[in-house]
Design a protein around this ligand. Sequence first.
Ligand code: GAL
Length: 635
Amino acid sequence: MRRTLGTCYYPEHWPEEIWAEDARRMAEAGLTWIRIGEFAWARLEPSPGDLQFDWLDRAIEVLGQAGLKVVLGTPTATPPRWMADKHPDMFAVDAEGRPRGFGSRRHYCFSHQGYLAESRRITRLLAERYGRNPHVAAWQTDNEYGCHDTTISYSDAARTAFQRWLEVQFNGSIADLNAAWGNIFWSMEYSRFDQIGLPNLTVTEPHPAHVLAFRRFSSDQVVAYNRAQVEILRDHTDVPIAHNYMGRITDFDHYKVGGDLEIASWDSYPLGFLEDRVGADADHQRAYARQGDPDFQAFHHDLYRAVGRGRWWIMEQQPGPVNWAPYNPAPLPGMVRLWSWEAFAHGAEAVCYFRWRQAPFAQEQMHAGLLRPDSKDAPAMAEAQEVARELAEAPEVQPWTAPVALIFDYDAEWAWKTQPHGAGLSYFSLVFDHYKALRRAGLSVDILPSSTRDFTGRKLVLAPGLMHLPQGLKQALAVSGAQVVHGPRSGARDAHFSIPDPLPPALPGLDVTVARVESLRPDMPVPLAGGGAVTGYLEDLEGGAAVMLRTKDAAAVAVCEGSQIYCGGWLDADGLDRLVATACASAGLEVRDLPEGIRCRRTATEEFWFNHTDSDADTPAGHLPPAGLKRLLLG
Ligand code: GAL
């Protein structure tokens, strides 16, 4: 598969007279893919049933005639104003019970049957008209499920659907639900499924099993909504279907949505994320303000490669300042090229810049594009063209199995959110801390879902924080032949969020029991003997496994037996570096201590080096200027 570039274009934003010139310039810049249509419902159907597809026919034709390939989006993220009159109760409802309103986007509830039918209808109309269009070479369903906190809705439609969902989960037995949840506590027992409300507006915290079940249900609603569109598209087209996921949006199970699609894609905004999603301290934010976090994009590249079962794209790449973060600096010269190449180094098939031309109107007028509003080139254009020239010489994308794997599980994220046990403790951050430690050690990582049972080719597998650890995964890891690292909180809850008996982690072949857990204030780290500390979360470990990390007070923090390690604390960076070094030594993996902000990644045929800092750096691959990169072909 050749690596390609693209952009996101909104023909409906511009006079038709300039479409051909835009298309000519896109092709000249070396772009291949043009994503269109995902917000255009109001122009496709200005009033109910009044279909106006002629302009889209012409836009696709103009792009196709210029040699470009179209990614056509279904426009369901932006229902037009008339939809709200037709379905006044279609809005998602927030946890305070307030319906969200019209005037931006994503104002629909995934459970609303009327809106689902409208989504199916517009998808079918588009599929019938463009499914065999030779210029439409891929489709995108909707846009960024979950964006603007829209996965979970406390609507009447959601409540009814949730009750039915629970009834199926418990085979119609309310007694089983009461027993599994432990509803005798506070007299919360139900006698019928239709008595079960949504876990909001309770006097104090709602029942954690109820909260987790509602999160699982809400995720399933996204999967079903997406599947409804995919089934229609599949009847009319053979080209791949994608969805564009986001950075650190975890409210639905992306592996499940991805299971219905050929390609995973995600929208990468490194500078915006650093400001509002990475969770970094002020010094780190300042140091990387124009480059973005050195690991955050890479983590998502690896995650979405797993979601796409190997096939993934960047559907939207930040080309300059964005509009939506607390501060929106411009990238350091060279970063747009670096971000593009970093995606390719992690196996991307395509990188598309958002957006072609900066819009002079509406919410995103402060968001850069490849072109300025006056159609002159913005600074990113030259970098995109440079990448296009470089790509012409680069090898094709080849699959590769990294010897190091890290499990990321959406259900575990929801479990931690349901009961974090300490302010600010998040599963995403725990996994990301492990990922960063692996990257500091110069390792390339594959992220895997918790449904993985085949670990062939892996030398080291990290599985931190899997609060619900299915028996099949425990067994598969124990016999995988890889060095395995579990914990903290692995196996801490059963499938319905109760503490299991025997006590966690109950791992085959590893004699350790978590006897007590405590969460720690951020200002009370517990130092480890030999360097590093436990922060945030600490368990008391009992059992006969050998101790490999202890507190200065000699309490066991990490223990090992055979090829399994259990770590019962959330380690700081120094502690994690020690844990990774020890695990790599027993796995027979070479570690490299990379300089600050220098990262490397290998593919089947190449090794890439990236300088994420704003100064010159000496790296194991030689000198790299700020935002510099090097691609080495492997023997
Ligand atoms: C994405 C979204 C785009 C645009 C962009 C701005 O989240 O998919 O439509 O809003 O952000 O950065």
